[in-house]
Design a binder for this molecule. Structure first.
Ligand code: SAH
Ligand code: MG
Length: 213
């Protein structure tokens, strides 16, 4: 495994300048870029949960720099908390005609602004359906999709199986205490660690980074 890629100094400014919506802190975004660059020689990377493309930009640029590919899986209909009337509902992302959340236009714009079409393969589908017949070994998986216990457990345990030895599993929104946030992703990571196939590399804010042994 090589060294961590350094995130370009102006990238956060460019992401903010392009008004890319998302839920990643700067240090978490830098960790995506750095760790993805470190392992991308081992194969393609995959993220579950692209939303408007913020994490996709950091992972995608690291893949592009290394000549690798990022699969970006999202049905683009939003998670439970993004739906009309829920805590993270955003009226800008609501398609009135179809009466549903639709983050795909914003996601496409992010790929276009950051010239990522030659490195990112968007997959407009649910994580469950994509996982059903997935067979490509992955250098890195970033799990940031639905946060229910069932969904997190599925995404962590099923996608972890595709990570190559020396590859990485990154999971966002890890809160050890229920007072700080939902327990789905935390329990998903505990289940992956219980298999004995992964070790903890480090934690960056609410993101945990595991390495396949
Ligand atoms: N990584 C993003 C934030 C992701 S928000 C960022 O950096 O800003 C969570 C995303 O997961 C939403 O866009 C939602 O549509 C998607 N999602 C939720 N459940 C999903 C599922 N079962 N399959 C695919 N995508 C899902
Ligand atoms: Mg998140």
């Amino acid at each position: 495994m090589g060294g961590l890629y350094d995130c370009p100094a102006d990238l956060h400014t460019r992401v903010r300048g392009a008004s890319i919506k998302g839920f990643l802190a700067d240090d978490e975004a830098e960790a995506l870029y750095g760790y993805c660059g470190r392992v991308s020689k081992l194969g393609p990377a995959l993220e579950v949960g692209s939303y408007c493309g913020k994490s996709t930009i950091y992972l995608g640029l690291a893949c592009q720099r290394a000549g690798a590919v990022l699969y970006a899986v999202d049905h683009h209909s939003g998670s439970e908390e993004h739906q009309l009337g829920e805590e993270y509902y955003d009226a800008d992302l609501y398609d009135v005609q179809r009466a549903c959340v639709d983050t795909l236009p914003r996601f496409r714009r992010a790929l276009s602004v950051f010239k990522l079409e030659n490195a990112v393969v968007p997959i407009l589908s649910s994580s469950q359906l994509v996982a059903k017949a997935w067979a490509t070994p992955l250098s890195l998986v970033f799990v940031d999709g639905g946060h229910s216990h069932q969904q997190s457990m599925h995404d962590c345990t099923v996608w972890a199986k595709h990570v190559v030895p020396g590859g990485l599993l990154l999971v966002h929104d890890i809160f050890e205490s229920p007072e700080d946030g939902g327990q789905g992703p935390y329990l998903g990571v505990q289940a992956v660690l219980a298999t004995g196939a992964f070790e903890v590399v480090c934690k960056v804010r609410s993101m945990v980074i595991l390495r396949r042994l």
